[in-house]
Design a protein around this ligand. Structure first.
Ligand SMILES: Nc1ncnc2c1ncn2[C@@H]1O[C@H](COP(=O)(O)OP(=O)(O)OP(=O)(O)O)[C@@H](O)[C@H]1O
Length: 292
């Protein structure tokens, strides 16, 4: 079953439509990144998913339960929506988290320390939150969100305000959580970074989901071999190779590069270069938004 599902979600403020007919799904272990220009409705969508805002059409389901009809559905949900997340400034990071743990019914010994370590906050854990930098607060927000081991994690621009190390830390954490089976929905402007591990990117524009790009399986290879026409014909016969085509004098294909190389060398082709050709998400996004 999908961990998170939006069915025709819409939102109007007064008569102004902000979102219309947005449907998407995130499976356990999947990272879904929402991209879109400023004002395209990313934050609004995230607020709808978390139950902070009410849809004027459609519904949002967490593990099959409607978030707006059954607030209990939120027990599976971890979220960071406001940046930075709100904490008691006169309490320490650890004390704030302890309170979150209490409210969420987390009784596991050691979970607090584990989460603080995971967000590299141990060194400041016993300082008052009032003294935290923006990035430290952001990371504490994420620590609070993952504390009760949610099955669905929803984050609005989780890397904004972080230094490069913090950005890498958060992306690494999200990748790990997905590997542990968590479904992650995040909004972001950092397409290049999320493209490294997100499974799907949804492009919002003008309040609609313009496109969904599946990134897994988009790994292509570029190969230079002589003569290219013969090499192409050979690649097309290999079961390990998909969608081989000529691009100028080079060959581009998806599939197993080792099998392709072995077959070409065996048949006496001279292979001058072979390297991965990443799907250019940024170029695709810009095209998609421009024509929206
Ligand atoms: N409470 C509100 N009342 C009226 N209009 C709103 C309200 N909240 C958001 N909007 C409008 O909804 C639209 C989408 O805003 P939203 O914050 O969801 O966009 P975003 O994609 O998150 O933008 P950004 O990339 O700048 O964070 C904007 O035009 C905004 O002005």
């Amino acid at each position: 079953m999908e961990a998170l599902r939006l069915e025709g979600i819409g939102k109007r403020y007064g008569r102004k439509p902000i979102l219309e007919g947005v449907s998407l799904a995130v499976r356990p272990g999947e990272v879904y990144a929402l991209a879109g220009p400023n004002g395209s409705g990313k934050t609004t969508l995230i607020r709808l998913v978390t139950g902070l805002a009410f849809p004027t059409a459609g519904r949002a389901l967490v593990l099959g339960e409607d978030v707006h009809k059954n607030p209990g559905a939120r027990r599976h949900l971890g979220a960071v929506v406001e940046a930075p997340a709100a904490f008691y400034p006169y309490l320490t990071g650890r004390e704030n988290l302890r309170m979150h743990a209490h409210l969420a019914g987390v009784r596991e010994e050691g979970r607090l320390g584990e989460v603080l370590a995971r967000l590299r906050l141990l060194a400041v854990a016993d300082q008052k939150v009032a003294s935290y930098s923006l990035g430290q607060r952001q990371r504490l927000g994420l620590a609070a969100a993952i504390l009760p081991r949610p099955k669905v994690l929803v984050l609005d621009e989780p890397t904004s305000g972080l230094d490069p190390e913090g950005v890498a830390l958060v992306h690494g954490l999200l990748r790990e959580l997905a590997q542990e089976g968590v479904a992650v929905l995040l909004s972001t402007h950092h397409l290049q970074e999320v493209a490294q591990y997100a499974h799907k990117v949804g492009i919002l524009g003008g309040g609609r989901l313009l496109d969904e790009v599946a990134l897994s399986g988009k790994e292509a290879y570029r190969l230079e071999a002589d003569p290219p026409e013969g090499a192409l014909a050979l690649l097309k016969t290999l079961p390990q190779v998909r969608s081989a085509r000529l691009q100028g004098r080079a060959l581009v294909f998806e599939g197993d590069p080792e099998a392709a190389l072995k077959a070409l060398l065996q048949e006496g082709y001279r292979v001058r270069a072979l390297h991965p050709q990443r799907f250019d998400l940024m170029a695709y996004y810009q095209e998609r938004v421009k024509h929206a």
